[in-house]
Design a protein around this ligand. Sequence first.
Ligand code: G3P
Ligand code: CA
Length: 247
Amino acid sequence: MQNIKIFAHRGSKGTHPENTMAAFQKAAEIGAEGIEFDVHLSADGELVIIHDETLDRTTSLTGYVKDHSAQQLKTGDAGVKFSREFLGERIPFLGEVFEWAKDNRLWMNVEIKTDKLAYEGIEQKIIDAIRHHEMEHRVILSSFNHQSIEKVKLLAPDLERALLFEGLPENLEQILRDKQESGFHPDKDSLTESVNELAKTLGYKIRPWVANDEADIIKLAEMGVDVIMTDFPEKALKALKAWQSNG
Ligand code: G3P
Ligand code: CA
């Protein structure tokens, strides 16, 4: 039977504050095979793990990430807005996550958040961090900005890359044929049987996001995707295990 992996979306986002060490740690504890998280650049060029371009929704700080130095970002609380239980949880940095990952075997899907802001040089910085921490074989770099993926291909052709999509363009087949990347990351609702077959035939690993309902998880498993990204990895692992033992 195919080994379908569960990746915890922004960490275990459903039960823990997204993109925090607590969320990543939870994913490791419950036996998820991977985590997905988002990377932006601070004012002084540090790689910051957070979803939005701004700090307001998930942290105690306000304004753009790009307008704060790493030192300022370190004073922010990234847990309390989720729940008081997580008061004191910090905004993580990429190097910190890679250091922590040395004690586990998780895959890491690093999403380069260049779809709204350009973040000059972010691709090279991420590549340098991957090399420094020797995480080459555990990282998948993805982005909605396919130019960022193109840059990674030129700068570090050995690293695993993936094209992210929200909705699918009419010329999807041409894009997948032309780009020849290894990963296809569509939103789960766009992944029809025929799109799945197309991407599979073209040799892509298929990692849809974000499936939280058991019915969606089983549907994707039956399609034979490679990874399911979910906010509730513990629940997804249980659903997958039950489906596998029934099959
Ligand atoms: O990488 C898949 C997914 O995380 C993309 O959407 O908005 O959660 O970053 P978003
Ligand atoms: Ca993401």
